[in-house]
Design a protein around this ligand. Structure first.
Ligand code: CMP
Length: 448
């Protein structure tokens, strides 16, 4: 029997449909109650389809895996128990076909009563929030976009509900001849105009204090307006705060990068660094951004997670390097795992000296991208131009001697650095790997 993965595409599409149905009920029910519109066969059809989706969802939940304390539960019995203990009762109550039965048994019932009988559908609101919470953690969607969509929908629903209540109060007050509808000459207007004017009043009153073209006349209307104004003030503060934080996190890494670049630029301006040098630093950051995005964040985040997970993430992050360096391709997987957590990425601009001849050496390098040149500064002889997949700086480590050549970048280079102590411990533990490195070091040492 098929069990659905809550993270799968099918479930995502199904939940999109559910959100639409929940929204439909939240829009249509208060509208029908307030405006008391006659329902056509088309609306009856849509109501039935919406109800059917809710009922199908109940069956589907019995086949939907769930996450419990980080573990994905796929056992049918456990899924059913969990559903019974959590949302089943509420979902059943939300799907009760009260209006349908009323239509069958009492065909004369008014639209208002039928709409009221659909109120239990609104119990699905909690599911609306649960779905959005899950989407926020979905790997494929930007969480800020999910939060933004949720916020816009909630704002619209609040505006819509306030508009419906405002219209309903106005309509009820017509009998007493003291209504905002009479005052604004809207008591006999078409429903579309009445709704638009109500929504217009609701949005202007919630976001500002309104334009004053539609004003409350009866005491009840004044009281409701006051409540909406107070609600508007608090809602506005909440929304502005949320929208600001969501917009800034839409691309969190870009925001972080921009902040970093601003700091660097103001530092250089304050210290009056020459313009050509400032341009070089800017170019460097530009390269960092275009090719690597935000690497500063990786470190902090990876330091906090357990070693086994960290190794898996490094294996994925350094996949390109592991594929390019022949030495790694033939190595023992355990050796790669030990190495990968020790490697530190370094990005260098063109014409930068990485190693100077005759100096002491404390690390070696692997090239992921770019080109470097090993040469002698004394004779000017170029020993070798190395590109992605090569490594250098190993001779000083293997023979404990001074650097045998200088190495400088010929283009922007993405390198990985391995410190001497880490290099030594890997060589001690993995003799096959050690043998290969030593062989290459010896060949190079002899060809100088
Ligand atoms: P090391 O001596 O530690 O620092 C300079 C590096 O340049 C050296 O290690 C080698 O990795 C590299 N190198 C030196 N000579 C050669 C050569 N003939 N061919 C390739 N690489 C070399």
């Amino acid at each position: 029997m098929q069990i659905f993965d809550p993270e799968s595409k099918e479930v995502f599409l199904w939940e999109c449909l559910l959100v639409l149905v929940i929204l439909y009920n939240f829009i249509v029910i208060p509208f029908r109650i307030a405006f008391d519109t006659t329902t056509s066969h088309l609306w009856l059809g849509i109501d039935l389809a919406a109800d059917l989706i809710f009922i199908m969802d109940i069956f589907l939940r019995f086949r939907m895996a769930y996450i419990d304390q980080g573990e994905c539960i796929t056992d049918l019995q456990k899924i059913a128990q969990n559903y019974l203990a959590t949302y089943l009762k509420m979902n059943l109550a939300a799907s009760l076909p009260l209006d349908l039965m009323a239509r069958l048994f009492f065909p004369q019932l008014s639209v208002l009563i039928l709409a009221i009988l659909r109120i239990p559908r609104l119990l699905r609101l909690s599911q609306f929030f649960r779905i959005f919470r899950r989407w926020e953690t979905n790997v494929e969607i930007n969480p800020a976009l999910v939060r933004m969509t949720e916020l816009v929908l909630i704002i619209f629903l609040i505006d819509h509900w306030v508009a419906c209540i405002w219209f309903w109060i106005g309509k009820s007050m017509i009998a007493y001849g003291d209504s905002w509808l009479i005052n604004s000459n809207l008591d006999t207007a078409p429903i579309a105009t009445q709704y638009m004017k109500s929504l217009y009043w609701s949005i202007t009153t919630l976001t500002t204090v309104g334009y004053g073209d539609i004003t409350p006349t009866s005491n009840l209307e004044i009281a409701f307006t006051l409540i909406v104004m107070i609600l508007g003030v608090s809602m506005y503060a909440f929304i502005i705060g949320n929208v600001a934080s969501v917009v800034s996190s839409l691309d969190a890494s870009q925001a972080r990068f921009r902040e970093q670049l601003d700091q660097v630029q103001s530092y250089m301006r304050d210290r009056k660094i020459p313009a050509f040098l400032q341009a070089q630093v800017r170019d460097y950051y530009q390269y960092l951004w275009e090719c690597n995005r935000d690497t500063s964040f990786d470190r902090d985040f990876l330091d906090e997670i357990p070693n086994s997970l960290k190794t898996k993430i490094y294996l994925y992050l350094y996949q390109e390097l592991l594929e390019k360096v022949p030495l790694f391709k033939n190595a023992d997987p355990a050796c790669i795992e030990a190495l990968v957590v020790k490697l530190k990425p370094r990005i260098l601009p063109p014409n930068d000296y990485i190693i100077r001849e005759e100096q002491l050496g404390h690390e070696m390098y692997f090239i992921q991208r770019g080109e470097v040149q090993a040469f002698s500064e004394k004779t000017g002889k170029v020993y070798r131009i190395m590109s992605a997949g090569s490594f250098f700086g190993e001779i000083a480590l293997v023979y404990s001697t001074r650097r045998t050549a200088s190495v400088k970048t010929l283009s922007y280079c993405e390198l990985f650095v391995l410190l001497k102590e880490d290099f030594d411990s890997v060589l001690d533990n993995y003799p096959h790997f050690a043998k290969q490195v030593k062989e290459i070091a010896q060949q190079r040492y002899n060809t100088e």
